[in-house]
Write a protein of this length. Structure first.
Length: 130
């Protein structure tokens, strides 16, 4: 299972070739391609900033319809708490949303696809860059 992070999703919305190539490459692996509710929130937030646009909202909806959107659940709550505490104790905290995205990915045993290098600080999380 592969989880697409907000970085690759935004780049796909902006039709950036590297992101589109990577998504096509990942589709060929026949792995289930997902994203998370947190990534969906970040995409919708971006569609409202700096100004609201129905076209931007529709692009986000269309993009999210192409993937399974993984929810938060009780297992994720515990992964998030343990991960956040571990990162904080090592002085390597990342933002809460990215910690949640990592926790959801780890709950599902998924690999994350992102250009955010801070995900590589998380023990046990496999990260694919593009």
């Amino acid at each position: 299972m592969l989880v697409l992070d907000t970085t690759i999703l935004i780049d796909a919305l902006h039709r950036k070739k590297a992101a589109l190539r990577k998504i096509i490459e990942l589709e060929e692996t026949k792995e289930t391609i997902c994203t998370t509710q947190i990534n969906a929130l970040e995409l919708y937030k971006g569609a409202y900033l700096p100004t609201f646009s129905n076209e931007s909202i529709q692009k986000v909806k269309n993009l999210l319809d192409a993937f399974v959107v993984l929810p938060l659940d009780e297992d994720t709550y515990e992964w998030f708490a343990a991960l956040s505490a571990s990162l904080r104790s090592r002085g390597e905290s990342i933002n809460d949303f990215d910690e949640l995205i990592a926790a959801i990915s780890m709950t599902h045993g998924a690999t994350i696809v992102s250009n955010d290098s801070h995900f590589k600080r998380i023990p046990g999380l496999v990260v694919i860059s593009y």
